[in-house]
Write a protein that binds this ligand. Structure first.
Ligand code: GAF
Length: 393
């Protein structure tokens, strides 16, 4: 609760005289398996992190918004409800501004607010810092404005913000898992029907270790949109033979084998990744439920290889980590997590081997890339929530 006390002190420093303050939290997420399947109507298996974004907020009586962040103390974001436009110089502030724009578009009767954020997940590392700040803003403001706080609707508002306001055509996985995550559970999502099942994580003597490449993600957004377009082209071609397929997730391995020669070589690889990855997620969920962590780990490795060879979103830094990790003693599974093009890997490592894993990966990765990686032992936490003085509600 020390963190909340500091957050409130900082809020009062920036916005003195304001006592009607509420605090909300949204986690980041790590995806265990099922990458680049969500926008193809497919399956994913992420988990919410115990770390994320905190927001202290108080409503104003006018139409102005004043946004401050502990992580970016030099950037002051001020705007009015009448000028909700994307501005490059507003940087992270475009994310909450886009959420407010979506709430306004949806017809909500809203007014201005003073908001102070603090985030403890690394930005742009594939751990959904963006969905975390979007969801905490949408959830928190929905509560403040007394709007219905339906998590699915809030997740869709945040996805629209990414797609229309920021211009990245993300799927729904990040917002959904940030919304519905549960402590010590993975969340198996069918992104086509927008339904999910919580799967308990019985890790025994194993830990999830997240390793950050610390490689800036460069052209990630344009490459992401390019992959999405390639999938859409693949679907159009497949529909000529199988009009029944509404998304790539309706394409079975057998169908793919029959139509693959009609697809150009690049599109064929993209589609093969999506079709095989969906199968891997279903298998991974069943292995997890049966307690077969080692087989689960093998599916993670196959997922990375498919993302490297067929989907081509890993790149030299993620591949260097993957190569360094997969042969480490006690590591039974590893893969990139998130959109790729930099960011993090997630590995399953025996608790006794975590120190040697870190040492060996650090040495190997540093000599290959000249960059120092960071390690986080991943704790799986709950989805978006309000934090009250009495505890967490
Ligand atoms: C990013 C996107 F935001 C998700 O929707 C998903 O597509 C992921 O990349 C890749 O699986 O996190």
């Amino acid at each position: 609760m020390e963190l909340i006390k500091n957050l409130l002190d900082e809020f009062k420093h920036y916005f003195p005289g304001n006592d009607d303050i509420r605090v909300f939290f949204a986690p980041g997420r790590v995806n265990l398996i099922g990458e680049h399947t969500d926008y193809n109507g497919g399956y994913v298996l992420p988990a919410a992190l115990s770390k994320g974004t905190y927001m202290a907020v108080s409503l104003r009586s006018d139409r102005e918004f004043y946004l401050r962040s502990a992580n970016f103390p030099d950037l002051k974001i001020n705007f009015s409800l009448d000028e909700l436009v994307y501005k490059k110089e507003d940087d992270w502030g475009n994310n909450p501004k886009g959420v407010i724009s979506e709430l306004k578009k949806a017809g909500a009767s809203i007014k201005g607010a003073d908001i102070y954020y603090y985030g403890n997940i690394p930005n742009g590392a594939g751990l959904s810092s963006s969905a975390s700040i979007g969801m905490v803003t949408a959830f928190g403001l929905s509560h403040m404005y007394k709007l219905p706080a339906d998590i699915k609707k809030i997740a869709l508002i945040c996805q629209n913000m990414e797609n229309d306001f920021i211009g990245v055509n993300t799927g729904i996985m990040d917002q959904y898992s940030v919304g519905f995550g549960k402590k010590e559970h993975a969340i198996f999502i069918d992104c086509g029907s927008m339904t999910h099942e919580l799967v308990p994580l019985h890790l025994g003597d194993y830990k999830f270790v997240i390793t950050n490449t610390n490689k800036r993600r460069g052209l990630a957004d344009s490459k992401y949109n390019e992959r999405r377009e390639e999938c859409e082209k693949g679907l159009l071609e497949i529909q000529k033979s199988y009009p029944v397929c509404q998304t790539l997730s309706d394409v079975s391995l057998e169908m793919f084998e029959k139509v693959k020669e009609n697809l150009n070589p690049t599109i064929r690889k993209r589609v093969r990744h999506v079709v095989t990855e969906n199968r891997r997620v279903i298998d991974a969920v069943s292995e997890l439920k049966s307690g077969n962590l080692k087989t689960f780990g093998k599916l993670m490795v196959a997922s990375h290889e498919s993302l490297r060879d067929d989907y081509e979103v890993t790149g030299e830094h993620l591949d260097a980590l993957f190569d360094a990790q997969k042969t480490c003693a006690g590591c039974i599974g590893t893969r990139m997590t998130g959109a790729g093009f930099g960011g993090c890997t997630i590995s399953i490592v025996h608790k006794d081997n975590v120190p040697s894993f870190k040492k060996s990966v650090k040495n190997n990765y540093e000599s290959q890339t000249g960059l120092e990686p960071n390690f986080y032992i991943c704790e799986v936490g709950d989805g978006v929530k309000e934090i009250t003085k009495e505890g967490i509600v």
